[in-house]
Structures are given as structure tokens and as C-alpha cells.
Design a protein around this ligand. Sequence first.
Ligand code: ATP
Length: 354
Amino acid sequence: MTEAVTIEARNAVKAFGQGDHVVRALDDVSIQIRKGEFFTLLGPSGCGKTTLLRLIAGFEMPTSGTILLDGADITELPPNKRPVNTVFQSYALFPHLTVAENVGFGLTMQGRPRAEVTARVAEMLALVKLEAMAGRKVSQLSGGQQQRVALARALAPQPKVLLLDEPLSALDLKLRKEMQVELKRLQTETGITFIFVTHDQEEALTMSDRIGVMSAGKLQQVGSPKDIYTRPVNRFVASFIGETNFLPATVVPGGVRLATGDVVEVAAQARGDVTLTVRPEQVRIVGAGEAGAIAATVKFLVYFGTDTHCHLALADGTEVVARVQSPASGEAGIEAGSAVGLRFASGAAQVLED
Ligand code: ATP
């Protein structure tokens, strides 16, 4: 992956409606997407992901701000003049055409020679492993196969950037997992920049080189999946991605003081009242009364097979969840009602200001 920027949005604002009913779908979003990366826009429904994708595709014009491609301003360039293609959730295939005709459609419309179209279609069908289906009508394919046709069709004109708007959401869980791997393979093999939109945090974590987390028209954080998971910048990002604990705290020299009076050593830039966050898998359960451990009581356990979620309460009533490895059959485990001690793995707890 190079550091060269392919797509850039600078101070993009998109407002819909008029008067008292203006919705700022995008509220001053600036973002740089690198050449050849798998970039995911992640956020809850209505946060502006699709709107940003539509600005990049050229289906919408920003109210203000600029969209650049390889450093050139393309804000006013119509969609068909941009080397950008989109795969929609609905696939938008032509049901009466064959698989090969669907894949070749864009190329034929561009007036490419028939021999070139045939060769490119064969290459694309091989890429998505649908060679055997070339002559079938799209209406005779399964959902997963239709998704592959839509991908092959979008990749056929060799776009610089492929936009994918929740392309897997119509598939059942098993197929979705298979297609996640498939998309990652396609992106790696073609080297094309993928910008993928999803509200599914697991999908974003497993597939992306980098993720942009959005909420209410604003970009909250951009980073690698690991950055976003281990170093969320605020409460929204911490709670939207994965499970986490929030503990009210106050900054003191060297760390924070919890409501229980326990002091946790942690780096804190902020002052005053803050929130301490720590992922359940970073909470260790130790013996009650162990020096430096936070006293807690086990409330109940939820068994997940390989691991167990242990719901605990601190002395002030704050709830904390610890994820522990499930005990082997016959082995004694933690029990509801037990008094225990808690420790946070070194460097795992983080201070959030909001
Ligand atoms: P979803 O996951 O549900 O598709 P999203 O994050 O992609 O959500 P957008 O579709 O970008 O969100 O919408 C952002 C906001 O802008 C929403 O409040 C939506 O209702 C509003 N919006 C989007 N398009 C229009 C439009 N054409 N006219 C008016 N409001 C719009």
C-alpha cells in the first residue's frame, strides 16, 4: 500500500431540505483515502456514509467543499466522467440479460471493440469464479452469485476507485462471511482502491486497511482497525466498535480515581471528571483482596462457548464485564455471588473526555 492519496474530500458539507427542515447529512467532512487501500466508512444508519459515497461518485454535489481525485478537483465532474464505479446493495443488474452481457454492459456502452469486451468479460468472470455461468440469465442465479456479477460488472471498466454501498447486507450470515473474504481477495488482486460502506463493525474490523467512523454527519476517527479498537478517541467510537466498559472517574496525579476510591494508573491529558474505558477481554479477575486489585462481586455469567462473560459490580454499583476463557469441563470456574478482585491489563484502560 502506498501513501499516495486517491480520493480526498475537503470540508465537504451536504445539506438537504430548506428553512427549519435542513438536515446536514455531511457536516464539514475532510478525509483522504490512499491509493490501493481497502477503506471502510462505518457508522449507524443516517450518519451520512451513503451521502459521502454519492459525492465521491458524483451522484450528488456538495453544498460546499471540494472532492479531489489524484489531486485534481472533480467536484463538478459528472459521474460517467469519473474513473469511479459503484456496487449497490440492490446489485442493480439487468435480469433479462445474461451474466456475460451484464458484465460487459459498461464496456459496450463505452463503445469498446467487441473482441476487447469479450476478453475482458472472460477475465472478470474468472476473477469472480463465475466462468461456468456466463450464458445464464441473472434471474437464474443465487443472491451470492448475483453479487459476484455486480462486482465483475463494476470492475470490468478498470475503475481507479470502487465504491461499495452495503453490498453484503442482502446476503445471509454464512454467505456474507464468504463474500467478505472474497472482496478482500478481489481488492488485493486488482489493487483497486475500495471504499466500502457498512454499519456492521465486525465487517469493518475484519476487511479494512483503515476505517473512518462517522456519526451525525461528522467523521469521528480515522485509523487502522487496531487503532480504532484499542485507541478510540471518544465514547461514541468506543461503544460503536466492539464491547466496552465505561467507568466514571476523576483525574488525579498519575492516573484516575474511580468512584470506589481505587486509583488506576493511566495516562490522562484531561482534567476533572472523565470516563475510563476498558474492553472486557482486558479485565482480569484475580483473588479478592489481592493488593492493588479493585474489589468486585460476580453478579451473573453468560456462557459463549470458548469464553464466558462475567458481569460484575464494583463497590459503588458500577457494572463491569470481564471476558474470561471458559473453564474446561470439570474445572472449577468463577461463580455468581463470589467476591473477587479486578485488574486491567497493562496499557489497556483509556481515558475519554466525552
Ligand atoms: P444508511 O445506513 O441508513 O443508508 P447513511 O449513513 O448512509 O445511512 P445517509 O443516507 O447518507 O446516511 O443520510 C444521512 C442523512 O441525510 C439522513 O438523515 C438522511 O435522512 C438524510 N438524507 C439523505 N439523502 C437525502 C435526500 N435526498 N433528501 C433529504 N434528506 C436526505
